[in-house]
Each structure stands twice: as structure tokens, then as C-alpha cells.
Design a protein around this ligand. Structure first.
Ligand code: SF4
Length: 184
């Protein structure tokens, strides 16, 4: 927004935070971005049976400049990685990333040189969704959890402190590549 960066933390900022969080969580626009089989489940989520429109995010945009949510639906090949990053960079800020399925989250069963072992090597991920493939109900559940995260996002000085804390936690976490799954 811009204005909130100039405001001191306090009662006014808390009110602005609440308003911005409410508006942002209820107006997510995902980029149209499917990479593999998971994308079929993502498309099903937007169709009549599951009706993602109920949560204010039915407008899948063909242009990243009109989108603020990237659902990485499927495995990311090494060849696709720079394109994915370019699309992410072109998206409007603030923006969020959902890694859908085990392939996007960690490479999944594709433990080989051609597939990126987790899209968090390319873009910052806000929420991971397990499963192969995750069903539409699971995607909708992950999106609702992401909405909760967005609602709690702080602004200005509070946001800077929140980012510092998140970075600290991320540095302490075990890297995806060092996690031992069934296929490693
Ligand atoms: S998690 Fe399963 S369904 Fe999704 S892209 Fe990987 S193999 Fe396909």
C-alpha cells in the first residue's frame, strides 16, 4: 500500500492492519499456472463442484501482473525454474506462493537431476500442501489456512519485526534437501 510504511506502530496501525488484512485475504487472484498432474485438481477446485469462487478467489488471471497468488501445481523442471521465477517477479506485491503437492514441495518421487527438489529453491513459499495429488478439498483447506496467515500479516515497523522473526526461524529449519523421506 505504501501509506502504512510511514505510520508509527500503535492503535492507528493496528486498525489499518486489520482493514488491509481483511481486504487482502478476501481478494486473492491466482495466476493461471499449472505444471503437471496437480493442475487438474487445481482446475477442478475452480469448477462448479468445489466452487473456489465462494472464497473470493475464482479469478484466475492469465497475466502475472494481475495476480497475487502463485499456486505451483506440479513438479518444476530445471528448464521451467527461471520462467517460474520470472512470472513470480512480475506478479503484483504483496504476493503469496502455495506449493501444491509433494513434487512442488520437495521434488517428490522425482529425485533426479531434471526436477527442482522443492520450489522453495526458486521462490519463497508461504504454505506447503502435501499429497499426490492433493484433492480439491485439500487445496481449498490450504487456501483457507493461507487466508488466515494473510489476515495476521502486520504492516510497517511490526512487519519488519515479523519478517526478522520468520527469517530467524527459517534459518534454524532443516533444509528440504536434508530431510529424509521414503524415497531418499
Ligand atoms: S504430486 Fe503427484 S499429482 Fe502432483 S505433480 Fe507430482 S506426481 Fe503429479
Amino acid at each position: 500500500m505504501g501509506l502504512e510504511e510511514k505510520l508509527p506502530s500503535g492503535v492507528l496501525l493496528t486498525t489499518v492492519e486489520g482493514l488491509a488484512g481483511y481486504a487482502r485475504r478476501n481478494s486473492l487472484w491466482p495466476a493461471t499456472f499449472g505444471l503437471a498432474c496437480c493442475a487438474i485438481e487445481m482446475m477442478a477446485s475452480g469448477a462448479g463442484r468445489y466452487d473456489l469462487a465462494r472464497f473470493g478467489m475464482e479469478v484466475f488471471r492469465a497475466s502475472p501482473r494481475q495476480a497475487d497468488l502463485m499456486i505451483v501445481a506440479g513438479r518444476v523442471s530445471q528448464k521451467m525454474a527461471p520462467i517460474l521465477r520470472q512470472i513470480y517477479d512480475q506478479m503484483a506485491a504483496p504476493k503469496w506462493v502455495l506449493a501444491m503437492g509433494v513434487c512442488a514441495s520437495s521434488g517428490g518421487m522425482f529425485n533426479n537431476y531434471a526436477i527442482v527438489q522443492g520450489v522453495d529453491h526458486i521462490v519463497p513459499v508461504d504454505i506447503y500442501l502435501p499429497g499426490c495429488p492433493p484433492r480439491p478439498e485439500m487445496l481449498i483447506d490450504a487456501l483457507m489456512k493461507l487466508q488466515e496467515q494473510i489476515k495476521e500479516t502486520q504492516l510497517g515497523a511490526n512487519r519488519a519485526a515479523q519478517i526478522k522473526e520468520l527469517e530467524h526461524d527459517a534459518l534454524l529449519a532443516t533444509p528440504t534437501i536434508a530431510m529424509k523421506g521414503l524415497m531418499r
